[in-house]
Design a protein around this ligand. Structure first.
Ligand code: ADP
Ligand code: MG
Length: 346
């Protein structure tokens, strides 16, 4: 059994991990922590809920403690990019936990929040910026953030970050980075064409793929229910009752669909709220917080919640509308059965 102590991480980092009650590193953590510590380019693919966040965040923090260079104004040493604000916030909270016993400056830069406090937080320079690409580029354009000293970049949910929607933004970010840098690409899924796109950014990467094809983890019991479209809502309410589902994420195809379904469930006295990109960020945060606390039982979401979100004890994921891509399915159902637990996908 390889313990965290053997990974050559800073003692204060190990202390923070033990504080989190992690007993031993997960396979992806064992595999990619050493090459990231060695400042190599890395592609790390591993199934949902297997601890990929710590797998890149721990060595990133360690490398910062090693590199004692002083802070440059409006700069960061490491940059982590994520596709959604919720996910960026979650990773920010993780970074805070893992650097609890160190004096490291971590900043969150996401849309939907006032830009001025963000600019102030990076004014004197920071160690790590955790961001969504859009808002980061806004700050780069107005010279509020400068990436000339950023020597490590991580793309979490990398295949989505290389997808059409984000690709131009990622290219722009790369144009602002120095020549000599480390790139780390992380995901649970990576189709071949997307993997090929990654070559544009990576130099001789260490490639660790613990999930060669997009597959849901074994601990998820997968079910399918055949039902006519008109009877879908009623069936959903029945299933919730029959299976005694206390909390679940229910995925819909569209924002309007999410709103409609949440409303219909509420009429059936089922505590549900919709989460999607047309809601104000304040609302989005509150809904997710209530769901995490268990105050809210059903989160009806678009694919904005399909990736990365880590909520303990979510044992059910319901695809009210089927996803059209296998990868999206894998990510959606991966909101359950995390960190060794089991779950059900319907
Ligand atoms: P992924 O990004 O692979 O989907 P996360 O990084 O979100 O997974 O981690 C999933 C859960 O596993 C988190 O709640 C995290 O705290 C927990 N976790 C991570 N590493 C370990 C570990 N070594 N031992 C136990 N739990 C862990
Ligand atoms: Mg993740």
């Amino acid at each position: 059994m390889k313990k965290f102590e053997t990974l050559k991480l800073n003692k204060q980092i190990v202390k923070s991990i033990l504080n989190e009650k992690f007993k031993e590193p997960t396979p992806i953590q064992k595999a990619i922590i050493p090459p990231i510590l060695n400042f190599l380019d890395v592609i790390g693919i591993a199934q949902t809920g297997t601890g990929k966040t710590a797998a890149y965040m721990l060595p990133l923090i360690h490398n910062i403690t090693r590199n004692k260079s002083s802070y440059e104004k409006r700069s960061c040493k490491s940059l982590v990019l994520l596709p959604t604000r919720e996910l960026a916030t979650q990773v920010y909270e993780n970074a805070k936990k893992f650097s609890k016993f160190l004096s490291i400056r971590v900043t969150l830069i996401v849309g939907g929040m006032k830009p001025t406090p963000q600019l102030k937080s990076v004014e004197k320079g920071v160690d790590i910026i955790i961001a969504t690409p859009g808002r980061l580029l806004d700050h780069i354009n107005t010279k509020g953030i400068d990436l000339v000293n950023t020597t490590s970049i991580v793309l979490d949910e990398a295949d989505q970050m290389l997808d059409l929607g984000f690709f131009p933004a990622i290219k722009k970010v790369y144009k602002n980075l120095p020549k000599k840098k480390q790139s780390v690409f992380i995901s649970a899924t990576m189709l071949k064409p997307v993997r090929a796109l990654a070559n544009e950014f990576l130099v001789d990467p260490e490639e660790i793929n613990l999930s060669p094809r997009a597959t849901p983890i074994k601990k998820i019991r997968q079910m399918i229910i055949f039902v006519n479209k008109e009877a879908k809502l009623e069936k959903l309410a029945d299933v919730i009752e029959e299976e005694k589902i206390y909390q679940a994420i229910i995925f819909t195809k569209t924002k309007i669909g999410a709103d409609k379904l949440a409303l219909a469930l509420k009429k059936n006295k089922i505590k549900a709220s919709a989460l999607h990109g047309d809601k104000r960020q304040g609302q989005r945060n509150k809904i997710l917080k209530d769901f995490k606390k268990g105050v809210l039982n059903f989160l009806v979401a678009t694919d904005v919640a399909a990736r990365g979100i880590d909520i303990e004890d979510i044992s059910f994921v319901i695809n009210y509308d089927m996803p059209m891509q296998a990868e999206i399915y894998v990510h959606r159902v991966g909101r359950t059965a995390r960190a060794g637990k089991s779950g059900v996908a319907i």
